[in-house]
Structures are given as C-alpha cells and as structure tokens.
Design a protein around this ligand. Structure first.
Ligand code: SF4
Length: 625
C-alpha cells in the first residue's frame, strides 16, 4: 500500500500501545453482524474481518460477545454469541488467524447488557425497568457482582487463548457497567453504590481482574460513555475521574461512546452532523495521558482526528463505514478518498436488520456480510448486460457486473443518476446521500459502464443484450380524491424538485417515508446557526456539560409554515417507519409543530380547503397546499 501520508499525516501515523504497534490511527468499531448465528458463521466472520484488515484498518473490535451464558439476555444463540468456555474459544481461532494473516489486529468486545434484556428485564445495579424492556431488572447481590467480575476475567483469558490481541470492555451505551456508573440506574447504598467512587467500583474491578487474567502485554480497551444523554447520567467530573482511575487500573486505550440506547437523542443517524460529538473526546483527552479514541458519525478520513496539532483524539473509531467500504483506509492512504463508498448513516440494512434479527448488510454495499456468497473475480463468460434504472440498486448492479468483466449499459430516464436518492439528497439532514451518487458516478466511469441518460427504453432497445436487469423503482400513485386536479395540489416531486412552491399551510397526504421527507423539507428553517449549534439546540445537548448526562433544555424550531401530516390508517402516525430512525423523524416533526392525524378519509379538495373525515367526524382544513 502506498501511503500518501501528507494527506492524513496524523491519521495514518503508527501508534505504539504497550508492546503493540498499531499501523495507523483507525479502529473498526464494534458492530453486531449476526453472522456468528448463521451456518458456518465464524468462517463468514473470518472472511468479513479479513477483507477489512486487508483494506488497511489497524485494529478491529468484534461485535459484543456475552461474558456469561445470560449476559446478552435470554437468547437461542447464546452458544455462538457468548465466550465462556474453551470449546467456544476454539471457534474464534479462524477469525483471529484470518485477520492476523492480513496484517491486522483484532480485539474481542466483552458485553453484559444488564437491564437491556428485553425478554426478562435482566439484572442490574438496582431493580429498575429500562424503557427498552417490559420487565423490571433484578438487583444483583454482592456475590453475584463478584461472579460477573470473574466472568469478565474468564472471558478475557479465553479471548487471549482464541488469539485475540486484546479485549474491549463495553462500559457505555447504557449496558451493565454503565448502569452501575450512573445515579439514574444505580440506587444502591452498599459497596457498589451511594457515591461516585462506589459506582465506579464495578468498572475498575473488571479492568483490574482482566489485566491480572491476561498479562501486561494484552490490549485492554475501555469504552467509556462521554455523554449518557439521559437524566441523572454521569456528570463530566465523574467521567474524568473514571477515565483517570481506568488509566491507573491498567487500561491501554479509551474508546468513547455517546448516548444510552434508551436516550431520546439521535447519535448516529444521518441527520446527526459529522463528528458531532468529537468535542467531548477532545475534552477527555486533556484529562488523561493514555490514547483516546473518538467515535460517532465519522465517515470521512479527516486528518484532525488522528491526534497532534490540536486534534480531537489519538485514534478514530468507525464501524458502519467499514460495512460500506472494506478498503476505506487503503483508499485514503493512496490519496483516493473520493473513491470511498461512504456510509450515509441510514441504518437501513445494518441496524434495522439487526433489530429484526437478520444478518446485517449495507444499503450502499450489498456485498457486506455476504462476502462468501458473492465472490469477486472475472466471470467465465463476459456477457452484454443492460441495467434499466440508475437508482442505488441499478448503480450497484451495473458497477458490480462491470467489475466481473461484463459489457454493461445502464439506461436512466432522468438526466442524472440517482433515482429516488436524487430526491432524498435534497431533504435537509440527508445531504450524505450525495456521497453515494459521487461514489457511483466515479465508479461507472472507472469500470467502463456505458451510461445512457435521458433514455426511456423500449423492448426493442434491449433486444441485443444477453441479460436485462430491471431496477426501475416506483411510480408515484395519484389518489382518486375529488378535486385532486386543483391548482393547490402538488406532488412530492413538484415540491422537492421546486416546480411548485408550498404555501403557509400544507396538508401532506400519506405519512410513509416520503410523507415524512416532505414534512422535514417544508418545516426546515434557515436560522443562521451552524449545523452543530442547530443540532445541539434542537436535541438539547450541552457542550458546556453543566448538567448530568450532558443535557440542556431543547430549543424547538419555529417552522416557516404549519404542516399537517395525514394517514388513512388509524395506527400511530409514522408507525411503519424504520425501527432505529422512525422515532427521530416523528420527534423532529413534533418539535416543529407538525400536527399528525391518523384515521383520515379524504373526501374532496376545493379552492378553499381540503375536506376530510377523521374517525367519523367531518373536518375542513383551510390549507394553501
Ligand atoms: Fe451505513 Fe446505511 Fe450501510 Fe448501515 S446500511 S452501513 S448506515 S450506509
């Protein structure tokens, strides 16, 4: 790999951590893939991680493995997703061996979810129910806490036996150790609670025992929560005191986490500005001497994160960006950052799939986690392939087919590539979608795909091809509402593409993803704030850290117009949106005063108003658009 060190001099510089040399400052952060639960799962994980190691990432952290049989909650898959026996450790050797052969390093994340156990409520510092579980947790006894500390030590010893270079102790995101640290969830008054010092004892005991169990040269990463984003979360003084104590207890690297899973503040979605929380890492870095890793919504090889010269951190952690592009580091190092397939933080094929108990992949890189099913290399027989439609699916298909040596022609009816992405990228907060079009635009040229824009194909046009792939997407539906032809009616295409201007009051018919997109488009106000200020104000994040959890009172935006969002179904408006981002979109529009109405029958539209029936009651909405 040729290193264009001048482009990212800090990011690509080696980092010495104890006896280990990390070849650069980039860590592939922990991410649940679900591969371990599939047939041949560890072999699949090995290929997945090996590709990323080959792509140049210095250090990989696995998804979380339970430190005992119940640490991830009640699960049918505990055998594959926990590490508590030597027989289990043996299975991991295929993974560690594959990464080492590619010149990478790999650490196992050790996890105990505590009260984030949906099925039973789990165990925790105190008998409190998490908002993510219908059941309260059971408070651990003193002896049980001692046993869990032993379990962490055993898991770390087994990780070493399995060939890992280190472990990451998950101490953030609201999991068990974090539950002991914060007064919100630790109401104990014994050895393990009652003061900040006592609440820290579990974290420190785990680190000390793990260090004893693994020796001085083993990497111990502690993932510390810099912003709990919940009421009665840790204070900044408590976080720095914890970080200093962890350093003394033998931690090698401090990785950082932002926001508990139950927090109602987005931390990794597309609308979160890039590196929105790196200010907190920089603050922590001033309080300790061990290397600090920054994380959350970083998807670009920006030099400032690599340490030195007033940087935010000594290392940068990225997780989803390595689903989107296994060769992220190699491309950055070769001065080809514009060839990186950028993670757009949509969560659609990764986290949303994980929550649906499905193996994850990536919307912009469908090969992710399917490496063993979709081999690369030239096809035996080059064919003439037509792909119709240049949305993300058509673009991906065309460039992949071309990479295998086929002669590909990509037809697109519009005058530019992108399909629905071309629209979505215009929605405030979805600017990242531009990156996908930049990436595929370059790749089409690099791989020699013939691009035919502005052409709507007929069957005759496709006669000479061996294969035709239809990726034409959707056609907007026109509802048969009396008066729909009125001048005051606009389609979402009219609005987003700017062909029609919306009035001061707007009723949006349909509350699916596009309805919400239009709602966000129409309620976004230009207010002169920077993107970061706006995000922090809107969601109530305090970079001054005056209160526990890093929270402050949110400042609701004043939308430039009144918007109503209507749906026929009587269920909660926006219920069908994606699991990990739907709540963000509902909250955002509520903050902007959007009125959401379910159970609507559309009666008619006239020049004065829209007439609807809501749960049997006739209503008139005097809207402009
Ligand atoms: Fe990123 Fe979306 Fe791919 Fe997930 S599915 S890795 S969020 S681009």
């Amino acid at each position: 790999m040729t290193h264009a060190l001048s482009a990212y001099p800090h990011l690509l510089a080696p980092l010495q951590v104890g006896s280990l040399t990390l070849k650069n400052r980039i860590l592939m952060g922990s991410m649940h893939t679900g591969l371990e639960d599939l047939p041949g799962g560890f072999e699949r994980l090995a290929v997945f991680y090996a590709e990323r190691a080959r792509g140049g990432v210095a250090l990989i952290v696995t998804g979380g493995f339970g430190v005992n049989a119940s640490a991830l909650g009640v699960s049918d898959h505990a055998e594959h997703s926990t590490l508590c026996t030597e027989a289990q450790a043996v299975r991991h050797r295929v993974v560690t061996g594959a990464v080492h052969r590619e010149g990478g390093l790999i650490a196992l994340q050790m996890l105990h979810v505590g009260r984030y156990d949906y099925a039973s409520g789990g165990v925790s510092a105190s008998a409190l129910r998490s908002p993510l579980s219908p059941h309260p947790a059971r408070a651990l006894s003193h002896d049980e806490i001692g046993q869990i500390i032993d379990d962490y030590a055993r898991c770390a010893r087994l990780a070493r036996l399995a060939g890992y270079d280190g472990v990451e102790i998950m101490g953030s995101e609201g999991y068990l150790i974090n539950q002991f640290l914060a007064p919100q969830t630790n109401h104990r008054s014994d050895h393990w609670g009652g003061s900040a010092e006592a609440r820290r004892r579990l974290a420190l005991a785990v680190v000390q025992r793990v260090r004893e169990a693994t020796g001085a040269d083993f990497l111990i990463i502690f993932r510390i929560s810099l912003l709990d984003c919940v009421e009665q979360g840790s204070s900044w003084d408590e976080i720095t005191a914890l970080a200093q104590a962890l350093e003394e207890a033998g931690v090698s690297l401090l990785n950082t986490g932002i926001g508990w899973h139950e927090a109602r503040i987005p931390t990794i979605a597309t609308l979160v500005p890039r590196a929105a929380f790196s200010w907190a890492t920089r603050r922590l870095r001033e309080a300790v001497t061990l290397p600090v890793i920054t994380s959350n919504r970083i998807n670009w090889p920006v030099g400032a994160y690599g340490g030195g010269g007033g940087g935010y951190a000594d290392m940068v952690s990225m997780a989803r960006p390595f689903l989107a592009d296994a060769d992220f580091v190699r491309k950055a190092a070769e001065g080809r950052a514009l060839d990186i397939n950028t993670c757009i933080a949509c969560n659609q094929a990764c986290l949303d799939q994980a929550f649906a108990q499905q193996a994850v992949s990536c919307l912009v890189n469908p090969r992710a986690c399917r490496e063993t099913e979709w081999p690369t290399g030239s096809a035996r027989q080059p064919l003439r392939v037509a792909v119709v439609g240049a949305g993300p699916a058509g673009l991906s298909c065309a460039t992949e087919a071309a990479a295998r040596g086929h002669a590909v022609t990509l037809f697109e009816g519009a005058s530019q590539i992108g399909g629905q992405f071309e629209l979505a990228r215009r929605i405030p907060g979805k600017e990242e979608f531009d990156e996908t079009l930049r990436y595929f635009g370059r790749l089409l040229a690099q791989r020699g795909v013939t691009l035919r824009l502005g052409e709507r194909v007929a069957p005759d046009d496709l006669a000479g091809f061996d294969h035709v792939v239809l990726a034409t997407g959707i056609v907007p539906r026109q509802r048969p509402i009396p008066g729909i032809e009125s001048d005051k009616v606009a389609s979402y295409l009219d609005i987003i593409e700017g062909r029609k201007a919306a009035g001061r009051s707007v009723a949006i018919i349909g509350a699916g993803g596009i309805g919400f997109d239009v709602g966000e488009f129409l309620t976004h106000a230009a207010d002169g704030k920077t993107e970061a200020e706006r995000f922090n104000d809107e969601w109530g994040i305090d970079p001054e850290y005056a209160a526990r959890g890093g929270l402050k009172a949110p400042v609701d935006e004043v939308a430039p117009r009144q918007v109503y969002l209507l749906q026929r179904k009587s269920s909660k408006v926006g219920d069908g949106l994606a699991k990990t981002t739907g709540w963000i979109r509902r909250t955002l529009l509520k903050k902007r005063g959007v009125q959401m109405i379910a159970g609507v029958t559309y009666e008619r539209i006239d020049d004065a108003a829209q007439h609807i029936t809501v749960n049997g009651e006739a209503k008139t909405q005097a809207v402009d658009t």
